[in-house]
Design a protein around this ligand. Structure first.
Ligand code: ZN
Length: 428
């Protein structure tokens, strides 16, 4: 009997090794568990992880763990939540050419990937960054760089292109060259409001051709639209993944319903027009998200930072009309502060339990991983954040990640370290 059990155990661990190189079996015990499923919260319970997946979520105090349960994390007084998903971040910054990419990979990549993990982000989709993002994707997947799961986008600015044939050729080339997970950085229209929100006929044809061409390869297509009229025009051209909440003008219920009818998704980026503090300076000077002057330098700004109001209210309009509304920052600055900024703005219109859905299941849906990520549920990948404080008491407690697990691998463990359990809101 013992021999049979030993043989089974060896086989199981060999399989685990083949599948997820460093994943270990884990039990997180005595935790408050925010499941993300229908608002369910377990006051005290356990999450069991095997071979990179969640295999049990149970209520009650933990007894002695079963044999083979692996490492036990006693999370008494702590809160378990699904790993955060940023649907659109500009992961790679600096000069876009090969020299800039090389510099980013050498000087910044490892540190910035850790900063994302430390904030609780376990999956991030790039916003059409330089091709270095594909190198980064493989280095993270192989474990050479420790970081969140990278959903890598190829940049194809279709609105600027001459005609549909050029667009289709550019999409084919990007897919052949990079095998991207998505296409991105499509601004529609290219001349942004307030000067106009009406795309030209050629832009509309280009967008429709680009989406259709990418679809042939099952590659999703992210579109930036920043006005309600542009958003509905993009929906008519077949857009499904809308990167921003529109911010030039108020969205009507009818426009929001068009998103639902089109089976499309929207991610937040509500922080776009809201002044950023404590990131580019510590002198209480409001800045736009690139560190320039607020409100003067808001991209195509209307003045006085009205975009902040449009985005917040329009986000709620989308939500109330049944849109699957996810989370994105669309920034490239210090990741924990970007999370803090976006949650601060979402907090105006959404409850903490709404934010759980926005950061989790809805964001997973946006990247077509809704069946694999976004909740603490049996069968999902073990992307788990253990928070030092309860986010139901206030959004700032989402910023208290102490343990961050990706695919069953403990990537961050700050328990017992200085400032563990304290929210990170500023760039140090
Ligand atoms: Zn973007």
């Amino acid at each position: 009997m013992n021999r049979i059990l030993t043989t089974l155990a060896v086989t199981a661990s060999a399989l685990a090794l083949a599948g997820t190189a460093q994943a270990q079996n884990l039990t997180i015990a005595n935790a408050r568990i925010i499941t993300g499923v229908g608002g369910r919260i377990i006051d005290k319970g356990s999450v069991v992880v095997k071979d990179g997946k969640i295999v049990a979520v149970t209520e009650g105090a933990s007894k002695a763990p079963a044999k083979g349960a692996g490492k036990v994390i006693n999370a008494s007084g702590m809160t378990v939540i699904a790993g955060y998903i940023d649907d659109h971040r500009h992961i790679i910054h600096g000069e876009r050419g090969p020299a800039g990419a090389a510099k980013f990979m050498k000087d910044d990549a490892a540190r910035e990937m850790m900063e994302l993990l430390e904030s609780g982000v376990t999956t991030v989709q790039s916003g059409g960054d330089s091709p270095a993002v594909f190198d980064l994707r493989s280095k993270v997947a192989s474990g050479e760089i420790k970081g969140p799961r990278i959903i890598a986008s190829a940049q194809v600015p279709v609105s600027k292109m001459k005609d549909e044939a050029t667009v289709r050729a550019a999409i084919d080339k990007a897919i052949a060259d990079y095998k991207p997970d998505s296409i991105a950085e499509v601004h529609f229209p290219i001349t942004e409001p307030p000067s106009t929100n009406i795309p030209t006929e050629q832009e509309t044809r280009n967008l429709a051709a680009g989406i259709d061409e990418a679809l042939k390869f099952h590659v999703p297509f992210q579109v930036h639209t920043s006005a309600p009229g542009a958003m509905t025009a993009a929906l008519k051209a077949g857009a499904k993944k809308l990167v921003h909440t529109p911010h030039f003008g108020w969205l009507t219920d009818d426009e929001a319903k068009q998103v639902v009818t089109a089976h499309a998704w929207v991610s937040s980026c509500t922080g776009f027009g809201v002044p950023v503090f404590g990131v580019f300076n510590h002198n209480n000077v409001p800045t736009f998200r690139d560190g320039s002057k607020w409100p003067d330098d808001i991209l195509n700004g209307e003045g006085r930072g009205r975009e902040a109001g449009y985005k917040a209210v329009n986000g709620r309009t989308l939500w109330d009309n049944g849109v699957d509304y996810g989370y994105c920052t669309d920034t490239n600055y210090y990741a924990p502060a970007a999370l803090a900024h976006e949650l601060r703005t979402l907090n105006l219109m959404f409850s903490p339990i709404d934010m759980v859905k926005i950061l989790g299941q809805n964001s997973a849906d946006f990247i077509d991983m809704g069946d694999k990520l976004g909740t603490i549920e049996t069968g999902k990948l073990a992307d788990i954040v253990i928070l030092g404080a309860n986010p139901m008491d206030g959004y700032w407690n989402f910023l208290t990640a102490e343990v961050v697990i990706k695919g069953g691998v403990v990537m961050v463990d700050k328990r017992g370290k200085p400032n563990a359990g304290k929210p990170i809101v500023h760039n140090p």
